[in-house]
Design a protein around this ligand. Structure first.
Ligand code: IVH
Length: 660
């Protein structure tokens, strides 16, 4: 008989192997059912033996708890951006500059697809995944560790790698996953994501790892670093090493001996672009030799050894059959061009947004005209220009009355949008209720399009607050409902009362106030009353809140109907007070710690929590900004680096003393 520890280890190895086969190589070796069975067996064993649970177990991808905000962490070295080449001539200019700077030597290039996603850095210590950061402003990123952990192509463990290292790459959502996500959102009555890139960003930067886990993100790596510097002598070798270590590396990369070869690579993939499983917006060309890269150096913004060759946007010509007006949540009327269906970059397009009246005027567009439309990954494409005037034309006029409720439409001085003045316009109300109920906001399952339409049309919901008065009897006779689903919806509505205050603030639908901003406002002001009564100036004391957001908040609460809504929601029992979960003024306030090696009694997560609970921050890499390195047994290069930089090194006991 095997010991539980041995069986657990064996199951983990098997699961890791199958994750790799499935998510990295796209070559599953067993059926989903078999995989699930192995996973369940491991979960059961770990439940029986909690002492054997480790954070790198395949069961732990979605263990993370929701958080109130993202911690900012400095990158080991800046995550630079890239200069663009918009055509072949500019690409050849780049090659000329590189060769001039290198003198006698000729560079070798690596051409890679420029995947349209979000760049992310992942840190490993002792072969274990420890943290992940978004690019942020390039210097400082946001800690998205718990979300990144849910990405199956990101290995939680890299065998035979004992030293610390970092990988950088692109988090992307495949076209297929994107389509599925939007179809699912349609069904739930949630707004669609505009493109896979936005969907990937929206999935990685959510506060709940559960949400990221359901979104099927993929992580493709293209940099392998130690101490912020390339780990191999050439870029191509780094890619090979990453592949060897079990990371996902785009197979469509190529070494090019000359710029001519790069040019043909670009042309080849422009032709294949639509048949790739993910969106690309160009090709990244990198000088292969790290020594040459070093000599070429970087400007403040971008390296001189790389360039992004951007593909032109995909365009097509078609006729405008009519212009419809849609009413959004803020009451804004958006004109949308109804087009004769046309294919643009592999997608059939029959609508294009025209934004507002000014835009139509700028384009000189009338119904009946032939127009050039452009799709840059967006689901709703835009009209670029009029190609030729129609033989039959009709000008567009913004309706004076809302097409949904018939109320007056006004255009505020200095604003581009025309708005329906009726705050309880059914179109606005429907959009508001759907926003309120959506998963990242109040998360009321079952309150989708079809139900909201009926509730509003039948006058059962005239304000968001009415949701909390609904009873099973009210709902069960509606179309596509029954006692059971009515019961579920009523229960889910009741449950939503427990959502923390920042969610409620987001749910109100104030312009520009999303989840993040709501958290920052809550952190700065505590309860909703303080926010409601703050001036635009005071509001700007909150993190990331500028004049535009502050003004929107003030305007929102200036409306009596909105204040009434708040009062009714308060009476219904929603959360309007906020207790910060962020430690303030702990004894470690302002101190940045780096953990390395194995501590005698604390696990890394425990040490991290202890530090954070006392106001300190934990970073993944040592720099001059590091206040202390806490080192345990088998501490590696970080300890050396700390000594090199003169950063004080603490033992676990020292840390405890520091905490008193
Ligand atoms: S290299 C210093 N390689 O493009 C070099 N970037 O416009 C920086 N991207 O922020 C990036 N695919 O998000 C590189 N194969 C690739 C890429 C890639 C997509 C993105 C990345 C970066 C942006 C720069």
């Amino acid at each position: 008989m095997k010991t539980p520890a041995a069986e657990i280890e064996k199951l983990r190895d098997e699961l890791r192997f199958h994750e790799y086969q499935y998510y990295v190589l796209d070559a599953p070796a067993i059926s989903d059912a078999e995989y699930d069975a192995l996973m369940r067996r491991l979960q059961a064993l770990e439940q029986e033996h909690p002492e054997l649970l480790t954070p790198d177990s395949p069961t732990q991808r979605v263990g993370g708890k929701p958080r109130e905000g993202f911690v900012k962490v400095r990158h080991s070295s800046p995550m630079l951006s890239l200069d663009n080449a918009l055509n072949e001539a500019e690409l050849r200019d780049f090659d000329r500059r590189v060769r001039d700077l290198l003198g006698a030597e000729s560079p070798r290039y690596v051409a890679e697809l420029k995947m349209d996603g979000l760049s992310m850095a992942a840190h490993y210590q002792d072969g274990r995944f420890v943290s992940a950061l978004t690019r942020g402003d390039g210097e400082i990123g946001e800690d998205v560790t718990e979300n990144a952990r849910t990405i199956r192509s990101l290995p939680l463990r890299v065998p035979r790698e004992t030293a610390s290292f970092e990988v950088r790459g692109e988090t992307v959502m495949s076209r297929a996953a994107f389509e599925r996500l939007n179809a699912d959102r349609d069904e739930k009555g949630l707004s669609r994501f505009a493109n896979p890139r936005n969907a990937a960003a929206g999935s990685l930067r959510v506060l709940e790892p559960q949400i990221t886990a359901g979104r099927r993100l993929e992580y493709y790596t293209y940099f392998f670093l130690r101490e912020g510097r390339p780990a191999r002598d050439s870029h191509w070798e780094s890619l090979a090493a990453l592949r060897q270590m079990g990371f996902k590396v785009n197979p469509n990369s190529r070494v090019c001996a000359t710029i001519d070869e790069v040019v043909s690579f670009c042309a080849e993939f422009e032709a294949r672009r639509e048949s790739l499983p993910y969106e690309i917006d160009g090709v990244v060309v990198k000088v292969d030799s790290i020594d040459q890269q070093r000599r070429l150096g970087s400007t403040a913004r971008a390296p001189r050894w790389a360039i992004a060759y951007k593909y032109p946007a995909r365009q097509a010509t078609t006729t405008v059959k009519g212009i419809e007006v849609q009413v959004g949540r803020t009451g804004a009327l958006t004109p949308v061009a109804m087009l004769a269906p046309v294919e643009v970059g592999g997608v059939t397009v029959s609508r294009a947004t025209l934004h507002n009246e000014d835009e139509i005027e700028r384009l000189g567009l009338e119904i009946g005209d032939e127009v050039v439309i452009e799709r840059s990954g967006d689901v709703i494409p835009k009209v670029v220009r009029v190609a030729s005037q129609g033989s039959w034309r009709a000008p567009f006029r913004m309706p004076a009355q809302c097409p949904v409720c018939g109320s007056r439409v006004v255009r505020v001085e200095g604003e581009a949008a025309s708005r329906c003045i009726n705050t309880s316009c059914p179109a606005r109300l429907k959009e508001s209720v759907l926003h309120f109920a959506s998963r990242p906001v109040m998360n009321i399952d079952g309150l989708g399009d079809a139900l909201v339409d009926q509730l509003v049309d039948k006058g059962m919901v005239k304000s968001i607050a009415d949701l909390y008065l609904l009873k099973i009897e009210d709902l069960m006779d509606l179309e596509r409902m029954g006692v059971k689903s009515a019961g579920n919806v009523v229960r889910n509505i009741a449950r939503s009362k427990h959502n923390p205050m920042p969610r409620v603030l987001t749910a109100l639908g104030i312009r520009f106030v999303g989840e993040r901003t709501a958290v920052f406002l809550a952190e700065a002001f505590g309860g909703i009353d303080a926010i409601m009564n703050a001036s635009a100036e005071e509001l700007q004391k909150a993190e990331e809140v500028g004049p535009k957001v502050a003004e929107a908040v003030v305007q929102f609460f200036a409306e009596t109907t909105n204040r009434d809504l708040v009062e009714r929601l308060r009476a219904a029992g929603l959360q309007f007070a906020y207790a910060s979960t962020r430690p303030k003024g702990g004894s470690l306030e302002g101190k940045v710690f780096v953990l390395t090696g194995t501590l005698p009694t604390l696990t890394r997560d425990e040490a991290k929590e202890l530090i954070e609970r006392n106001g300190g921050k934990v970073s993944g890499s040592v720099s001059r900004k590091t206040s202390y390195v806490v080192a345990g047994e088998d501490a590696g290069s970080k300890l050396d680096k700390a000594r090199g930089l003169g950063v004080p090194v603490l033992s676990e006991a020292d840390l405890r003393t520091l905490l008193g």
